[in-house]
Design a protein around this ligand. Structure first.
Ligand code: FAD
Length: 589
């Protein structure tokens, strides 16, 4: 069986579903590939993680590609959608594993099998749902939004923003600055994610005061020797200060607030929508923008037939250590060196590489994170935790105390929202996460003023006041600003990059990053920050091709010719398809 099949979007989706179905099976592991891995000797993993640890079924035929099959049926029980393995695909007994191995199943028909439900399931957390929810519900002492903002009354608003994440709060503030009557609706929960940013980008947003720690440069290790210095300062965002600043901006602009989850959004008549909260409270508004995070499928429609969603997963710990082997003056952006090869011989080239990211906070306190840049299906947290633990042990880093754990699950790629629908979207809900990097914070914060202005313009141009306006027309106008043809071309390029990353093995990914940071600064910075125009991105591609080693050049050309994302990229650029309508389906060639 072709090991690369595991990377195939269609195949991999099956793998996810297979794993979900297999979750109902008792735990089994691969006799050929050795024992299960449960890392019971873990010195820093609390019980909550150990108890949810999945056991691994790995397969000699495709080492490293079998994600754990969960014991028990927790995922099936906790998700709201029902799942079935698509017709034409049958899980079969792997030749090497004593289990029904969906990874070894043979598709009887190759076609795009991803449905909206599947994509939603993956975006919500898929097999990692319990830890994704645990991350979202972490406690963190932060002032309540309700203490700063006036409560929502019963008036009909111009705009309701659903969701109090960074994207929603920033958009609400900017829309109110445009003179709109804005309501913010969402649970009053703290910001719990550890956000890292390039400090120049945050300064440009007037948010440098929200950075709690800055490193003057960032380092990257690809091979054994000295680091590659990226030449760019990096900062750690204070979750508390960012939330306070966004609350302050909302309060100053006159945003009103309701602390409640939204249950559904009703289209009442041409220019009126009703947001129905789980508490039963309703809020009327001319337009609604959903900013409730990546899993927004219950409120927004997404295109069908698009590329499958991938996931960036990272397991992080903030710890006290006795010895930190890197230079503490620099932030460790990526260490792709493989700490295991010394003891275990060659790592299979098929294994998906992960890297270490570290923020040295003091001489003894460090935030470490083992990251899988992108995988489909998601690399499980238990595997990342195990790799991190092994890495730290091999490096002689002894952890004496764990302050915090982080489970970072970021869906990347996937479908665009339908840009003719009446409900608007923003942030991760509107597919604004960079498909190739997983970053979205700076993009959302920097686009908020422009999008807010577009919403205000659209409401005005489609009939200034309630009773005369048209929500549908206004929404289409605003969507076309957020996802303009130019933005869609850029996204086609990034999706091509994501699919390439999903295809690259350890050597390929190292070649890619060495090449990437050797590009002219404006190119790699612009790529990371979603700032390159579609024309700039052609320069990016040409420059990458010129300086890349031959093996990577070959991969690039092959990927462009063979992979559907290559065809899609070319078609989008030459205008044969509107990237928004997906008249051309991504199908395996
Ligand atoms: C651990 C972690 C670390 C990350 N680090 C970075 C980083 O360093 N840099 C970066 O750029 N990106 C990072 N990301 C990715 C991304 O930027 C973040 O996920 C970011 O928080 C997305 O912002 P958002 O406002 O779009 O959505 P979210 O932050 O997910 O906010 C959505 C909000 O909507 C609310 N909500 C959900 N459902 C409802 C409902 N039914 N009704 C009302 N409200 C609802 C939620 O409670 C939440 O407050 C990280 C993600 C994670 C998980």
């Amino acid at each position: 069986m072709n090991a690369r099949l595991a990377h195939d979007p269609h195949f991999s989706r099956l793998h996810v579903m297979g794993a979900a179905v297999a979750g109902a099976l008792p735990h089994l592991h691969c006799a050929a590939a050795g024992s299960t891995s449960t890392s019971s000797s873990s010195f820093f993993v609390p019980d909550i993680v150990r108890s949810s640890s999945a056991a691994f079924a790995s397969c000699a035929a495709r080492p490293g590609r079998h994600w754990p099959l969960r014991r028990g049926n927790d995922v099936t029980a906790s998700r709201s959608l029902s799942w079935t393995v698509p017709a034409g695909r049958v899980g079969k007994q792997c030749a090497k594993c004593p289990t029904v191995c969906f990874a070894a199943s043979v598709p009887t028909q190759i076609h795009d099998v991803v449905s909206e439900d599947e994509e939603d399931y993956i975006k919500a957390g898929g097999e990692e749902l319990d830890l994704v929810q645990l991350q979202a519900s972490k406690s963190c002492e932060q002032p309540k939004i309700a203490e700063k903002l006036q409560p929502l009354g019963s008036e009909t608003l111009d705009l309701v923003v659903v969701g109090c994440g960074p994207a929603g709060m920033c958009l609400a503030a900017e829309a109110a600055k445009q003179g709109l009557n804005v309501g913010l609706v969402g649970p009053d929960l703290p910001f719990v994610n550890n956000y890292g940013v390039w400090t120049d980008e945050f300064a440009a947003l007037d948010l440098e005061d929200c950075i709690e720690q800055t490193w003057r440069d960032s380092a990257m290790y690809i091979e054994e020797h000295s680091p590659i210095m990226i030449g760019r300062a990096y900062g750690r965002v204070s979750r508390t200060l960012l939330r306070e600043e966004l609350s302050r901006r909302c309060a100053e602009a006159g945003v009103r607030y309701l602390d409640s989850k939204v249950d559904r959004i009703l289209e009442v008549n041409e220019d009126l929508n009703t947001v129905v909260c789980t508490s039963g409270r309703t809020v009327n508004s001319r337009l609604v923008t959903v900013a409730s995070g990546a899993a927004a499928g219950r409120f927004l429609k997404y295109e069908t037939g698009g590329p499958g969603v991938g996931v960036q997963t990272a397991y992080g710990i903030e710890v006290e250590v006795e010895h930190y082997p890197y230079n503490p003056d620099f932030m460790l952006f990526m260490d792709y060196r493989d700490y295991r090869s010394r003891d275990k011989g060659d790592i299979s080239p098929e294994e998906i590489p992960t890297f270490l990211y570290a923020m040295p906070i003091s001489s003894t306190r460090v935030f470490f994170e083992e990251t899988c840049l992108a995988a489909r299906p998601a690399m499980p947290f238990s595997l990342l935790r195990e790799r991190l633990q092994e890495r730290l042990e091999k490096m002689g880093i002894k952890v004496s105390h764990v302050h915090e754990e982080e489970w970072s699950y970021i869906p990347v790629g996937g479908s665009l929202p339908v840009t003719t629908q009446r409900q608007l979207g923003f942030g991760a809900a509107a597919s604004m996460v960079h498909p190739a990097t997983g970053y979205s914070l700076v993009r959302s914060l920097s686009e908020a003023p422009f999008y807010a202005a577009a919403i205000a313009r659209a409401l005005k141009s489609t009939g200034g006041k309630l009773g005369t306006s048209n929500s549908q027309e206004a929404a289409i106008e605003a969507w076309n600003v957020l996802w303009s043809g130019e933005r869609k071309r850029q996204r086609a390029f990034f999706l091509f990059g994501l699919e390439l990353i999903l295809q690259l093995d350890t050597v390929g990914i190292k070649d890619f990053f060495v090449t990437f940071f050797r590009l002219p600064e404006w190119l790699w910075k612009g790529f990371l920050g979603s700032k390159l125009s579609s024309v700039d991105l052609i320069w990016f591609a040409l420059a990458t091709f010129v300086i890349a080693p031959n093996a990577l050049r070959f991969q690039l050309v092959k990927h462009l010719i063979v992979h559907p994302s290559g065809a899609k990229l070319v078609q989008t650029y030459v205008g044969l398809v509107d990237a928004g309508t997906h008249s051309t389906k991504l199908t395996r060639v």
